[in-house]
Ligand binder design. Structure first.
Ligand code: ADP
Ligand code: MG
Length: 250
């Protein structure tokens, strides 16, 4: 049974609104409905986790919402812009300006220092990095003392925190993280989840994280559960519940 989050859970300050989002894939002669009328709003400056079994549509939802994949039908409004009709070029520009990504496999450039990796999204689009912002980010993320090192000299947890800083540096409307702790041991994973949490609490960042790990989802304000391409549970957690969650450190 799908949970209809339509009117009551959507608000004008939602940074993402999907309406009746459908995505089908062709697999041979069969058609797979990866997203089946997903209508959901994501509130600004909140930490939303998307969970569900393998094949439930988590990655498809993230890819569509981030403009990395086209939709079959329905609407996605991202930061005030309807993105389903945009051209590839417009989508690329939209992603560069409004979205930060954190991947399971860090994706840092090995020949650059941590600092150079962090400012890359800004320098690549011809901008000048805001030194105070970068310093502040590194302070909040606990990597200030490591910025002149190359990725190979950093632990996995530090590398992923550099990737989080890189995702935050252009002040995106949304940071999407796809299994950001998937390649980390539980301690390093907790560090990364803690910095994602702090980016929401201290910087007002909006974070959407796809994870199959229930412990990771406990860091979020809200947990959307997908099954067979539908939202089957939409759970808002309160700060006290989060604080009581095991393994959570602030
Ligand atoms: N590129 C693709 N081509 C065909 N089918 C796909 C493709 N991507 C995903 N699917 C199918 O869509 C469904 C949802 O996949 P996905 O979004 O990757 O799920 P999850 O991330 O929750 O594991 C699955 O049935 C998967 O096999
Ligand atoms: Mg996936």
């Amino acid at each position: 049974m799908a949970v209809h989050t339509a009117a009551r859970d959507r608000a004008p300050d939602d940074v993402i609104t999907t309406t009746a989002l459908v995505k089908t894939y062709r697999q041979g002669t069969a058609e797979v409905r990866a997203l089946d009328e997903v209508s959901v709003g994501v509130r600004r400056a909140r930490f939303t986790a998307v969970v569900g079994p393998s094949g439930s549509g988590k990655s498809t939802l993230m890819h569509c919402a981030a403009g990395l994949d086209t939709v079959t039908s329905g609407s996605i409004v991202l930061d005030g812009t309807e993105i389903t009709g945009l051209s590839d070029r417009q989508l690329t520009r939209m992603r560069r300006k409004r979205i930060g990504f954190v991947f399971q496999s860090f994706n840092l450039l090995p020949q650059l220092t941590a600092y150079e990796n962090i400012v890359l999204p800004v320098t690549m689009s011809g901008g000048r990095p805001d030194r105070d912002l970068v310093d502040h980010l590194c302070e909040v993320l606990g990597i200030a003392h490591r910025v002149s090192h190359r990725p190979a000299e950093l632990s996995g947890g530090q590398q992923q925190r550099v990737a989080v800083a890189r995702a935050l540096v252009a002040r995106p409307a949304v940071v999407f993280a796809d299994e950001p702790t998937g390649n980390l041991d539980s301690r390093a994973g907790a560090e990364v989840l803690t910095v994602l949490r702090r980016s929401v609490d201290e910087l007002g960042q909006t974070v959407v994280m796809v994870t199959h790990d229930p412990a990771a989802a406990r860091y979020a304000d809200r947990v959307l559960t997908l099954a067979d391409g539908r939202v089957v549970e939409d759970e808002h957690t309160t700060p006290s519940v989060r604080a009581a969650a095991p393994g959570r450190r602030r």
